[in-house]
Design a binder for this molecule. Structure first.
Ligand SMILES: [Zn+2]
Length: 72
């Protein structure tokens, strides 16, 4: 594993963090498990993992479509 340096403050080190991230859309919520972010230990900025961004993007798109269809 490589240690990533924070590109926001250029001082901190990014630490991998797994969590459940809750998203809300039109009053409905969805929880995405294993949501990976890289958090800086200095400025606390969290950068979403590329793979997670891709996966959650698909999930959220499907979720929003589902919500929209239900509202029609
Ligand atoms: Zn930082």
């Amino acid at each position: 594993m490589t240690t990533l340096e924070c590109s926001i403050c250029n001082q901190g080190t990014l630490k991998k963090e797994n969590k459940d991230e809750v998203f809300e859309y039109q009053g409905e919520t969805i929880t995405i498990p294993d949501y990976v972010v890289h958090r800086c230990n200095i400025c606390s900025e969290a950068i979403v993992d590329n793979e997670t961004l891709k996966t959650s993007g698909h999930i959220l798109k499907a979720f929003k479509r589902e919500v929209d269809e239900r509202r029609v």
